[in-house]
Design a protein around this ligand. Structure first.
Ligand SMILES: [Zn+2]
Length: 99
């Protein structure tokens, strides 16, 4: 049998609320607050990162449309001489500008 979750941990908090149905003690509430704060902070960071990458991709699309030949050249340069883990179309790496 698994040992009971210790008080002062998030698992301890869950033991109170889900298993023993007792009022969580102060250390468990504190652990729950710390867990939620860390979770929210991570979610916020991920959300910012998604925005960052989304706007960057949109800018790259515009750049590629404006300079298609140069963009194709740069993509090809970046993919040449590196391990290629993915080639979905089975095409040559320097197929013009395909991302
Ligand atoms: Zn507790």
């Amino acid at each position: 049998m698994k040992p009971a979750a210790r008080c002062g941990t998030y698992a301890g908090y869950q033991r109170h609320t889900r298993t023993t149905h007792t009022e969580p003690c102060a250390p468990c509430k504190q652990a729950r607050d710390a867990y939620l704060a860390a979770y929210r902070s991570l979610a916020e960071t991920r959300s910012k990162l998604r925005w960052w990458n989304k706007t960057r991709s949109a800018a790259l699309e515009l750049l590629a449309a404006e300079y298609p030949d140069r963009f194709a050249e740069l993509v090809s340069e970046q993919r040449t001489g590196r391990d290629n883990p993915w080639n979905p179309a089975g095409t040559e790496v320097n197929d013009h500008g395909k991302l």
